[in-house]
Write a protein that binds this ligand. Structure first.
Ligand code: IPM
Ligand code: MG
Length: 365
């Protein structure tokens, strides 16, 4: 099993190192063989090779069975032209690998109910899945740019624009992913409900989205479909998050709502994500960013990345038993009381990144 390891910027290298420790221990326990190949990505790649997504990194990712990704982004690169900024690396990987389906679970570990800023009874037992479309919408729509004033009336450009766009096949395939996920979750006791989030009251793109999702739903009579406007969804997520089961939405709304949902659980440092293409090959990354403010201090929470490696084992490498072992080990260290700073109660003892990783490795046995 070939895994491309792309640690990236900020805390990326620290947290990825802990996930790699976990994978290495799993080789021994489950008799697996992982071939790990590393490459630069993001600001690090720009500094070393002049581009955030060098040819060699892209080729490595394309040849791998799965990609384990840390994070990209650093304020040092904010003044570069857009095409060279670190964020272009992850957008380029998504587009080039066709990673259209982004699965972002928001799961509350019972041990961390106090870490949420919401009342424990609002979030206790929370287990929802956000399915975000990842290669369309206003993120990639053309044309985009700045218009220059023909008469030079403005010193700079007088306006800028992006294009929101979705094609029928793009909506159909992400809707299928959401309905199938709801079906799988239903078998495990969830409600069997998909909430499609749109802005059909204002945007033509999202009236179309709503219509196409409704058509695809005809194939899934066992699943309930509801439609919700994005502003209402943002409100319901903090009011009564447990009413959701699977949320499916476009690229930009999914970006925003998944950050909101992740915080319901108390720490974005706990949440993994998978970005899959039509062949179930995927890129796995924590839902959080590069956290440049704490980079290099050895205090970042590696659990989201370790849990992303578990998703990788399950979805792209077909290793369900190894995936479940990782998830159980994470639960075990939380039960044992280990906390990185982001999930600790004020004044309580904390452990660093490496100690947390070591504890998970020990719990694997
Ligand atoms: C995310 C991030 C990215 C996005 C950025 C870094 C391009 O916020 O993965 O949610 O907007 O998709
Ligand atoms: Mg985001």
């Amino acid at each position: 099993m070939k895994i491309a390891v792309l640690p990236g910027d900020g805390i990326g290298p620290e947290i990825v190192a802990e996930a790699v420790k976990v994978l290495q221990r799993l080789q021994a326990i489950h008799g697996l063989r992982f071939e790990l190949e590393y490459a630069d990505v993001g600001g690090t790649a720009y500094t070393n090779h002049g581009h955030p997504l060098p040819e060699a990194t892209l080729r490595l990712a394309q040849a791998a069975d799965a990609v384990l990704f840390g994070s990209v982004g650093d304020p040092r690169y904010d003044n570069l032209e857009r095409a060279l900024r670190p964020e272009q690396a992850i957008l380029g990987l998504r587009k080039n690998l066709g990673l259209f389906a982004n699965l972002r679970p928001a799961l509350l570990y019972a041990e961390l109910a106090d870490a949420s800023s919401l009342k424990p009874e609002v979030v206790a037992g929370l287990d929802i899945l956000i399915v975000r479309e990842l290669t369309g919408d206003i993120y990639f729509g053309q044309p985009r740019g700045r218009r220059t004033a023909p008469d030079g009336a403005f010193a700079g450009a007088p306006e800028a624009f992006d294009t929101m766009r979705y094609s029928r096949p793009e909506i159909e395939r992400i809707a299928h992913v959401a309905f199938q996920a709801a079906r799988t979750r239903r078998a495990a006791g969830h409600a069997g409900r998909v909430t499609s989030v749109d802005k059909a009251n204002v945007l033509e793109t999202f009236q179309f989205w709503k219509d196409v999702v409704t058509e695809v739903h005809k194939d899934y009579p066992d699943i309930t479909l509801e439609h919700m406007y994005v502003d209402n969804a943002a409100m319901q997520l903090v009011r009564a998050p447990k009413k959701f089961d699977v949320i499916v939405t476009g690229n930009m709304f999914g970006d925003i709502l998944s950050d909101e949902a992740s915080m319901l659980t108390g720490s974005i440092g706990m949440l993994p994500s998978a970005s899959l293409n039509a062949e179930q090959r995927g890129l796995y990354e924590p839902s959080h960013g590069s956290a440049p403010d704490i980079a290099g201090r050895g205090i970042a929470n590696p659990l989201a990345t370790i849990l992303s490696a578990a998703m990788m084992l399950r979805y792209s490498l077909g290793q369900d038993a190894a995936a479940a072992r990782v998830e159980t080990a994470v639960q075990q260290v939380l039960r044992d009381g280990l906390r990185t700073a982001d999930i600790a109660q004020p004044g309580a003892a904390t452990v660093g990144t490496a100690a947390m990783g070591d504890a998970v490795v020990a719990a694997l046995d």
